[in-house]
Design a binder for this molecule. Structure first.
Ligand SMILES: NC(=O)c1ccc[n+]([C@@H]2O[C@H](COP(=O)([O-])OP(=O)(O)OC[C@H]3O[C@@H](n4cnc5c(N)ncnc54)[C@H](O)[C@@H]3O)[C@@H](O)[C@H]2O)c1
Length: 328
């Protein structure tokens, strides 16, 4: 058995937390030989529910679950973290402007960034799920002095999985036959699911799905609006599929990417693809055998794609502008 990995999770008593903790503890995230310590972080009002979740974790008698800490103290919560999964955030309420939301959550991610820098392990990696996740990650990154920028990620994998599933259904193939699906930009309704570079059984999608009107219209809007469609149908926002996206993201960042393929995750841009350096934007990412990631170079963006990417990047610039005072 390997020594345990420590995973800190904020918002641990929330919906996504409830779907996520059990999968981490079962070995789905780090494999069947990797014990885990869970450090579960909640705000005070969530602590009672969190105790209930911990009782259920205990009742699973997971062989890989080494230790559980429940706390609302950030220093204790991020102590020794190898992974920090920042799921908790304040949802948008009726009458709240996007700028208000950015600011309320901005305060949270300022404190969490500082606490990660002060307490986490030297190899800490941070995945932000709580929305607006790109800008929350930007704030955490800019407040985590001493933690390299390449350790910060924001989740767009759920969007990638949704896009693959839509393409597979339209083409009458299995999800696993779809590759090279990249979500560009912001995890928001401006995100661009790039069908122009995606492949089905190694063939360009546009050669398999010849209905270009569907690809440019309904496909994109279905992926962009899927979160709202789930809320309308389920009466609650996506949680199990979001938790699955977290598991997939961490697995993809800790295992080599299949040759020629890539995965979607928002990272700190180095200026690639005309995306301003320093923004947290979703791009095609690959991981090598040593576990290092880089932005896949040379992906072609045609005129249609370029306009979509630019629109989403503009939204990220606007969000950055709204929180500039929190960036240190
Ligand atoms: N990136 C993505 O693809 C994606 C997908 C789905 C949901 N989300 C986002 O994930 C977030 C969580 O979703 P959910 O359905 O689990 O929400 P939820 O409201 O069920 O749970 C959120 C939990 O976070 C806790 N919390 C709030 N502020 C906190 C803080 N400062 N520190 C620690 N915990 C805190 C709350 O007490 C609550 O238990 C939301 O922001 C949602 O929009 C992102």
């Amino acid at each position: 058995m390997n020594p345990p990995i420590t995973v800190s999770i904020t918002g641990a008593a929330g919906q996504i937390g409830y779907a996520l903790l059990f999968r981490i503890a079962s070995g789905a995230m780090f494999g069947p030989d990797q014990p885990v310590n869970l450090r579960l972080i909640e705000i005070e009002p969530g602590m009672k529910a969190l105790q209930g979740v911990i009782m259920e974790l205990d009742d699973c008698a997971f062989p890989l679950l080494n230790d559980i800490v429940a706390t609302s103290d950030l220093d204790e919560g991020f102590k020794g973290a190898n992974w920090a999964l920042l799921v908790g955030s304040v949802p948008r309420k009726a009458g709240m402007e996007r700028a208000d939301l950015l600011n309320i959550n901005g305060q949270i991610f300022t404190g969490q960034g500082k606490a990660i820098a002060a307490n986490a392990a030297d190899d800490v990696r941070v995945l932000v799920v709580g929305n607006p996740c790109n800008t929350n990650a930007l704030i955490a990154m800019n407040n985590a002095e001493g933690v390299p920028n390449d350790r910060f990620f924001a989740m767009t994998r759920l969007d990638e999985n949704r896009a693959k599933s839509q393409l597979a259904a339209k083409a009458g193939v299995h999800n696993r036959d779809v590759s090279n699906m990249c979500i560009w930009g912001n995890h928001s309704a401006t995100q661009y699911p790039d069908f122009t570079n995606a492949k089905i059984n190694g063939q360009p999608v546009s050669e398999v799905i010849t209905d270009s009107g569907w690809l440019q219209g309904e496909f994109i809007s279905t992926v962009q609006q899927r979160g709202a469609a789930i809320i309308a149908a389920r009466g609650a926002s996506s949680a199990a599929s979001a938790a699955n996206g977290v598991v997939d993201t961490v697995r993809s960042l800790t295992t080599p990417t299949a040759a020629g393929d890539w995965t979607s995750v928002a990272v700190c841009s180095d200026g690639s693809y005309g995306i301003d350096a320093g923004l947290i934007a979703s791009m095609p990412i690959r991981v090598d055998a040593e576990g290092r990631w880089d932005i896949v170079p040379g992906v072609e963006l045609d005129e249609f794609s370029r306009a979509k990417v630019d629109a989403s990047v503009q939204e990220l610039r606007d969000e950055r502008e709204a929180v500039v005072s929190l960036l240190g």
